[in-house]
Design a protein around this ligand. Structure first.
Ligand SMILES: Cc1cc2nc3c(=O)[nH]c(=O)nc-3n(C[C@H](O)[C@H](O)[C@H](O)COP(=O)(O)OP(=O)(O)OC[C@H]3O[C@@H](n4cnc5c(N)ncnc54)[C@H](O)[C@@H]3O)c2cc1C
Length: 434
């Protein structure tokens, strides 16, 4: 019998467990370990609450969790409650799928002022992540700025601009819904260092903006090259750029504005004790397509500034780490003998949910090649880990416990919402009677 530990229950962890279960059948047992008693990583805490159809992918992960030989050990933080070294004593291989939960810094003066937050914090707040339940982003000013030109920036801008009714059918947490409902924000400026043809926004997410109830997406057609330039783009990007251009033709009167500010490089954040404005330098594209400052500066008022410029994986003691890239040092997912990584912890924070599937399958194949199905190890696996956790007084949870939490969340659902997510570890444990 082989024993595998998959650390992290986001998409990468689940696809890896699925692939290992297929490769080994009854000849292996594997535990998906997560720091929280609730699984699914960014499917729960990242993907926008008003994109419920995407969140439905968790149903597929449920099936994996219910597969014979696959266990879930929640409420256990690897690196704090148990070390990677200890896991490796108990399991034949350890696969780190811990994602990239830390916001990258902007690296500009003023970024520590109150009112400046990273997207992991802001997204975590509206999605019920326990670390950010008390974030209280300032929504009392009329202007917000979103730094970044990817889909996460769009998520943040859209969530800030929606009306209460537009959240019907979403699983946004109650505290965020109430705060957003009382928000004074009227103008949301989305800043990108390069131009409209260089965005990393997908057509579906952009297209939604045209139909917002209260906010009008605004572009300046002077930022765009002649329309013939779009011919050189790949089809998906061309579609996105066409949608952006079409924003200029929307004739509607809406009380809020979402302003796309291209060729805009934040230089500093200023304010008297809190963020009040961004100092921005106008850029142009150089010969290589990178943003080059022009020396012209201007101010963008904003008392809430959300940076959406990427994430990094935290380091874990004993695991080789690539400081520059902010992820584990690895070659095709292999970190060292019997130690692997997958998903964002392997590749960095890029790609969609689906990108993690081939990633997980590739690493599972590498594991199976190193330890062919049929070969056996002599490690204690989950039983050994649970005994160790017991000695340390760490109350691990399992998949049945998660189902109980899920039922409690569904029972508490507001009208029009699929569930009222619990936002604190204590609430989860209380639902389990602990
Ligand atoms: C705001 C946002 C919105 C997104 N929206 C979309 C979208 O609409 N569509 C799409 O296709 N993709 C979307 N993505 C991308 C998608 O979420 C990622 O591709 C995917 O979640 C990465 O999977 P992962 O398993 O590597 O990491 P994660 O999903 O982050 O999972 C990591 C897991 O590891 C656990 N963990 C972390 N540290 C430890 C530890 N020390 N010990 C134990 N467990 C630990 C975490 O609790 C978590 O469960 C979005 C991403 C973000 C940030």
């Amino acid at each position: 019998m082989r024993h595998f530990a998959v650390v992290g229950s986001g998409p990468a962890g689940f696809y890896t467990a699925e692939a290992l279960a297929k490769a080994y059948g009854e000849a292996a047992r594997m535990d998906i370990i997560d720091r929280y008693p609730v699984p699914y990583g960014l499917i729960r805490f990242g993907v926008a609450p008003d994109h419920q159809s995407l969140k439905a992918v968790s149903k597929r992960y449920d099936k994996v969790a219910e597969t014979a030989g696959v266990g879930f050990i929640g409420n256990v933080c690897v690196g704090a409650d148990v070390s990677v070294e200890e896991l490796m004593e108990h399991y034949d291989a350890v696969i780190l799928a811990i994602g990239a939960p830390h916001d990258r810094k902007l690296g500009i003066p003023g970024e520590d002022l109150p009112g400046v937050i990273g997207s992991a914090q802001f997204v975590g707040w509206y999605n019920g992540h326990p670390d950010f339940a008390d974030l209280g982003p300032p929504l009392d000013g009329t202007h917000a700025a979103i730094i970044g030109n990817g889909n996460v920036a769009l998520d943040c801008a859209r969530i800030l601009s929606k009306t209460r009714a537009e959240f019907d059918g979403s699983d946004i947490v109650g505290h965020a819904l109430d705060a957003l409902d009382n928000s004074a924000i009227k103008t949301i400026t989305v800043l990108g260092r390069r131009g409209p043809l260089q965005i990393a926004m997908t057509p579906k997410e952009l297209g939604e903006l045209a139909h917002l109830e209260a906010a009008l997406p605004l572009v300046d057609l002077n930022d765009f090259p002649p329309v013939e330039a779009d011919d050189g783009l790949d089809p998906g990007q061309r579609k996105s750029v066409t949608i952006l251009r079409d924003f200029a033709n929307i004739r509607a009167n809406r009380p809020k504005a979402m302003v796309f500010d291209f060729f805009a490089k934040p230089l500093a954040i200023e304010g008297d004790g809190r963020a009040e404005r961004l100092i921005v330098e106008r850029t142009e594209l150089d010969e290589k397509g990178a943003a080059r400052g022009t020396g012209e500066t201007y101010e963008v008022p904003a008392s809430l500034i959300v940076s959406c410029i990427g994430y990094s994986t935290p380091s874990i003691a004993g695991v080789p780490y690539d400081e520059r890239a902010g992820k584990f040092l690895n070659e095709a997912g292999r970190i060292a003998d019997r130690l692997y990584c997958v998903g964002w912890a392997r590749r960095g924070p890029t790609g969609t949910i689906g990108t993690n599937r081939p990633d997980g399958y590739e690493v599972a194949e590498a594991v199976a090649a190193a330890m062919p199905a049929g070969s056996s190890g002599d490690r204690a696996g989950g039983e050994g880990l649970k005994a160790l956790l017991g000695e340390r007084g760490i109350g691990a949870t399992d998949f049945t416990d998660w189902r109980r939490i899920e039922r409690a969340e569904e029972a508490a659902a507001r009208s029009g919402s699929p569930r009222e997510k619990m936002v604190r570890v204590e609430e989860w444990l209380q639902a389990l009677g602990r």
